[in-house]
Design a protein around this ligand. Structure first.
Ligand code: ARG
Length: 281
């Protein structure tokens, strides 16, 4: 009897040890699992990096693109907008500063994928590139020094004007020149300069009587340089829409940009960027 009892006790103890052992083993992976999974999934994300697109602009065109004096990097409405579009469409973007005349060539030679540079959508440019949906309404305006005798565009006959070369400001100046000449009046003496910033410097230095540029950019300059004492005598005389330029064949990129832009508008991000750079509408 005693022997049997001892045998039973040993049997029960052994069995329960086995059961506990198994239970622990069964549980073991459960407790270790999350610790193992985390690094795996992090590696998984690294294994599929986001697509990276290169955006370019001529960054002397505040508030759209300008070099931040603290960081030395381009920033502005356009730069933040393309970053927001990239986030919304799940790609990465790097923004580089190039000369205005190099922007469309950079698309063609694949140095860049996107031109985001306050670029007006024009029929001529649309022969070479595809534009995104319009993202900003702008227009050409002109500015003079305070006290200038030039009060209207018609007073510009025979005067010197500075523009950035191959911009819509340049094209507007050429049209005005032609109009004066058609009317047998002295034309415009147009100084076609390389950078947007050169235009303001030329007026400041007294090299020209007037400048023609995009109204929001002139406004920004006046705000940042009250000491220059410039004024904008008339409202904008053209209506233009900015678009992001892309290679014609990159249909997938056109979609990423237009869908991303729509999302950025729908989410309120566009409005908050607008307010940051242009104040409340
Ligand atoms: N909107 C004008 C154009 O397309 C001027 C753009 C100049 N942009 C610049 N980043 N400098 O011709």
């Amino acid at each position: 009897m005693k022997k049997r009892c001892i045998f039973m006790l040993i049997a029960v103890l052994t069995l329960s040890l086995i059961v506990v052992g198994c239970a622990q083993k069964a549980e073991a992976p459960k407790t270790e699992a999350p610790a193992q999974k985390a690094p795996q999934s992090a590696e998984g994300e690294k294994a599929a990096p986001k697509r990276k697109l290169i955006a370019v602009g001529e960054a002397t065109f505040a508030p759209f693109e300008f070099v931040d004096t603290n960081t030395g990097k381009p920033t502005g409405f356009d730069v933040e907008l393309i970053q927001a579009i990239a986030e919304a469409s799940g790609f990465e973007v790097e923004y580089k500063n190039l000369d205005w005349n190099s922007l469309i060539p950079a698309l063609k030679n694949k140095e860049a994928d996107l031109v985001v540079s306050g670029m007006t959508i024009t029929d001529e440019r649309a022969l070479e590139v595809t534009f995104s949906d319009p993202y900003f309404t702008s227009g050409q305006a002109w500015a003079v020094k305070e006290g200038s005798p030039i009060k209207t565009l018609n007073d510009l006959s025979g005067k010197k004007v500075a523009v950035q070369i191959n911009t819509t400001g340049d094209y507007a100046a050429q049209k005005i020149d032609k109009k004066f000449k058609d009317e047998k009046k002295p034309g415009l003496n147009i100084k076609r300069l390389k950078n947007a910033a050169d235009v303001f410097n030329e007026l400041k230095a007294g090299g020209v009587d007037c400048i023609i540029s995009d109204l929001p950019v002139i406004r920004e300059y006046l705000k940042n340089h009250p000491e220059d004492k410039l004024l904008i005598p008339e409202p904008a005389f053209t209506v233009e829409y900015y678009g992001i330029a892309m290679r014609k064949e990159d249909k997938d990129i056109h979609e990423l940009i237009n869908k991303g832009l729509a999302k950025v508008k729908a989410s309120g991000k566009y409005d908050s960027l607008y307010e940051k750079y242009f104040g409340k509408q």
